[in-house]
Structures are given as C-alpha cells and as structure tokens.
Design a protein around this ligand. Structure first.
Ligand SMILES: [Ca+2]
Length: 185
C-alpha cells in the first residue's frame, strides 16, 4: 500500500501529540519525501529496475510510518478501525463511548474513498451524541474530503457519526465505499 503525502500530513496532524513523537515522525516524513522525489524523478522504464526499486522503498517507508503512527492512538482512550461498503446518505456509524479521560480530539479519518456512480468529492459527516429516549443532537459537522475530520475534545457520552450527504447531495445517487475508517476519541 502506498500512502500519499497528504495522507501522511493528515496522520501527522492527528497523531503528533508529543514533541518526541513529532521529531520521530518528521524524520520519517523527510525520508518519505526523499523517496517520493526519487519516484517522481524516475521515468519508469516499463516496470524496470530503478522504478521498481523506488516503489519498493516507498512501500517499505510507508509501512514504517504506519507502524510508528500505529503506536500513537495509545494516547487516545479509545478508537476503532472499520470500513464502509455501499452506503447511501442517511447511514450511521457504529457508536462509541467516550469517557472523556483525556483531551484527545475526536476524529474520523477516511482513506480510500470511492463511489459507484459519478465522482467522490466529499462526504458530509455529522458527529452525533446518542441520548436515550431523546433525539440525538448534531454536535459537529464536517465535509470529509477523504481525509481527517477533527471535532475537538468532547464531553463524556456515547457518539457516532452520521453520513448525511455525498458532495452536498442527500439523495441516494451513488453508493459510497471507504477502505479504512479510523475513529479516535
Ligand atoms: Ca476522549
């Protein structure tokens, strides 16, 4: 899996909690940029040697970045990774219980977004708070351009996100799929 620089940036924003971690991550990022520059500079002689070597290096570096960032959510009190398959607007995510034992910003990160009809620009998301026997209020909204929606540190409670629209349209004209949905709270 090749991760793009924008995905790395989003991950950095989301996970760079301590200065020590920032240092490690920045070092890895420089390494990734070097590798990316190498990739771009290679004309790619039909799947030949140098291109292939660079690509393998990019994959290896990406794996290291993911491995390091994978440690970061230990700072959040909780989270889960999931995926979305063929959702129409109106669907809700699984819910989660935030005990507010930390000051982590609740975030929903999308990677690998696609639709079966037309084109994906953004998914309209609403962070909602579950209340027994009462309507669930919308706490925050964000248009997710296949990146990270950060909603800030939340009060204790049970939350979920609601998929409200595709590219601003709430009518079901296309099914949305997202390869990785990473929720942290
Ligand atoms: Ca929390």
């Amino acid at each position: 899996m090749i991760i793009t620089e924008s995905e790395v940036d989003a991950a950095l924003e989301q996970h760079a909690y301590s200065s020590a971690r920032v240092g490690a991550v920045l070092w890895l990022r420089r390494d990734l940029q070097r590798t990316s520059i190498g990739l771009g500079a290679q004309p790619g002689p039909g799947g030949g040697g140098p291109m292939r070597a660079s690509r393998i290096a990019a994959v290896a570096t990406s794996a290291v970045v993911i491995g390091v960032l994978g440690i970061a959510p230990a700072f959040a009190e909780g989270g889960y990774d999931s995926s979305i398959t063929a959702w129409l607007p109106g669907k809700d995510s699984s819910d989660w219980k935030d005990n507010n034992r930390d000051s982590v910003s609740t975030s929903v990160k999308f990677s690998g977004c696609s639709v079966d009809n037309g084109r994906f620009t953004y998914a309209g998301l609403q962070l909602k708070k579950a209340r027994a026997g009462l309507p669930d209020p919308v706490v925050n909204r964000d248009n997710n351009y296949c990146d990270t929606s950060s909603f800030g540190d939340k009060a204790a409670g049970t939350y979920y996100f609601h998929y409200s629209n595709l590219n601003g349209q709430d009518t079901g004209v296309a099914f949305l799929s997202v390869r990785l949905v990473a929720v942290r709270y």
